[in-house]
Design a protein around this ligand. Structure first.
Ligand SMILES: [Zn+2]
Length: 278
């Protein structure tokens, strides 16, 4: 459950010399230990795939293709930024069930699960970024509708979709009490803020909704709607590899901030090159 406490202590014999106090004001560590991020494994889930196209933009751009491109850019950005293993739930245009996606994360003992999607609305002008974490109650009507839309693929997953809802309700009721629910909320906030700042997109907020793809994840899990493929301007932007890179970098910085926040709450202090105990 939660982030694994697999903190790696790299004994750095040369580090016993005095550290300078970083601008952030954290207390200088004198332990001679250097610590990497608590986030070791990230599972990235490119939404949809195969016969499930997701939403389609006015000029034909498919959500399943945007999500795969952004996911690959995110894997690259994460692995360049820090010592982390990033795993995709799909590497190509194939259909996998919502349950399989979280199973991949659980099997990999991931520290973070992040599902990438693109939004759609009847109003062409709708635009911006929304980030979700799992909850039984949707935060508003729009969040409820979006979850219903993203969950709709369950009809493909189960020949009789009948029991899925009631099972989902009981699981969700338990989940809202757990630690990972709180951590998911924090992760959603940090990823979202970073994404809004970097893309300049409209801030549609961090919301809660009953997304099936997030059910069963035993680690902090969020779903990011990176923009509206139904909006002609955003559709163009989302197709642009430079924008995809920018989105990936922003999500990466959100994940880095989440790791730092976690360390602070665990009682570690910033020693400039990493986090150490006082
Ligand atoms: Zn989607």
């Amino acid at each position: 459950m939660g982030i694994r406490n697999t903190v790696v202590f790299l004994l750095a014999a040369v580090c016993v010399a005095a550290f300078t106090v970083p601008a952030s004001g954290f207390v200088v560590a004198t332990t001679g230990y250097e610590i990497t991020s608590p986030v070791k494994v990230v599972v990235i889930d490119p939404g949809h795939g195969g016969e499930d196209h997701g939403a389609t933009g006015p000029s034909g751009l498919k959500e399943k293709d945007i999500t795969l491109s952004v996911a690959k850019a995110l894997r690259n950005a994460l692995e360049v930024r820090f010592d982390v293993r990033a795993i995709l739930t799909r590497e190509d245009d194939r259909y996998i069930t919502l349950e399989e996606r979280t199973e991949i994360a659980n099997r990999a003992r991931a520290d973070i699960f992040i599902s990438i999607h693109a939004n759609a609305a009847y109003k062409k002008a709708a635009s911006g970024v929304e980030t979700f974490f799992l909850s039984f109650e949707a935060s508003d009507n729009e969040a409820r509708k979006l979850a219903a839309l993203e969950n709709n693929v369950v009809k493909l997953d189960t020949k009789d979709g009948g029991t899925v809802r009631s099972d989902l309700e009981s699981i969700l009721w338990d989940l809202v009490q757990t630690e990972s629910h709180h951590e998911s909320s924090r992760l959603a906030e940090l990823v979202h803020n970073s994404l809004v700042e970097a893309t300049g997109g409209e801030n549609r907020g961090v919301k809660q909704a009953p997304f099936i793809v997030l059910v069963g994840a035993t680690m902090p899990a969020v779903l990011v709607e990176v923009g509206f493929v139904s909006n002609p301007q955003e559709e163009r932007k989302l197709a642009d590899p430079l924008m995809q890179k920018r989105i990936a970098k922003a999500i990466t910085e959100g994940i880095v901030a989440f790791g730092e926040d976690l360390y602070r709450r665990m009682g570690y202090v910033n020693i400039g090159s990493g986090y150490g105990r006082r």
